[in-house]
Design a protein around this ligand. Structure first.
Ligand SMILES: CC(C)(COP(=O)(O)OP(=O)(O)OC[C@H]1O[C@@H](n2cnc3c(N)ncnc32)[C@H](O)[C@@H]1OP(=O)(O)O)[C@@H](O)C(=O)NCCC(=O)NCCS
Length: 166
């Protein structure tokens, strides 16, 4: 099946997946904040988004220019990176855009030669469909969980760790 997301420049596709830039920060912030307010993900400040901007990708609806999805890949160590800030605007969910974004982040991990990609998530079935497997959080040293240090749940984390080898 042909992707609806423009990854190589096809003019017929409806969406473009590209690296984020400074003009996307407000959109990423609004998108991730609204998901965080529903308890679906960790909230992140604009400063946090700006300071990790080089690791962010967005999907833009070409007709409106609107940022409708975001995701970032945070290297945790030379052999492990984490999918972060993954969000698809509710209006555009269920069209394969979240999957496209995660597959792109996996490609990015390969480019970086980081061979394990992890996600801490409530969306176990979504990540299973993409080939991720459930793993024990305890198999990774605590010092790797940078995002967790900023999470109010910290020791009471109820997210599932899921891993894929690239
Ligand atoms: C999770 C999320 C990113 C998925 O994005 P999406 O664009 O809606 O998902 P896709 O359309 O790409 O789904 C890909 C597949 O996963 C399935 N899937 C998606 N969300 C699912 C869910 N919650 N439960 C079960 N299956 C799910 C889809 O049915 C689809 O299956 P198919 O290939 O058999 O058709 C999106 O729902 C979202 O932003 N949720 C809120 C924020 C969030 O939870 N982020 C994740 C933080 S780790």
């Amino acid at each position: 099946m042909r992707s609806r997301v423009q990854r190589q420049h096809t003019m017929t596709s409806d969406f473009e997946l590209r690296r984020a830039n400074a003009e996307d920060v407000d959109s990423i912030y609004n998108l991730t904040s609204s998901m965080a307010a529903q308890g679906l993900m960790l909230s992140r400040s604009k400063y946090k988004i700006v300071s990790t901007l080089t690791s962010f990708f967005v999907i833009v609806e070409k007709s409106s220019g609107k940022v409708i999805a975001s995701g970032s890949l945070a290297p945790l160590w030379t052999d492990l990176c984490e999918v972060c800030a993954l969000a698809v605007h509710p209006v555009w969910q269920g069209q394969g855009l979240g999957a496209e974004l995660v597959l792109h982040l996996i490609e990015e991990a390969k480019r970086l030669k980081i061979h394990q990609v992890i996600s801490l998530t409530y969306q176990v079935e979504f990540f299973k469909k993409l080939g991720f497997k459930v793993v024990e959080k305890s198999q990774f040293p605590r010092k790797l969980w940078r995002e967790c240090m900023e999470c109010p749940k910290l020791e009471a984390c109820d997210e599932t760790a899921m891993l894929i080898e690239t």
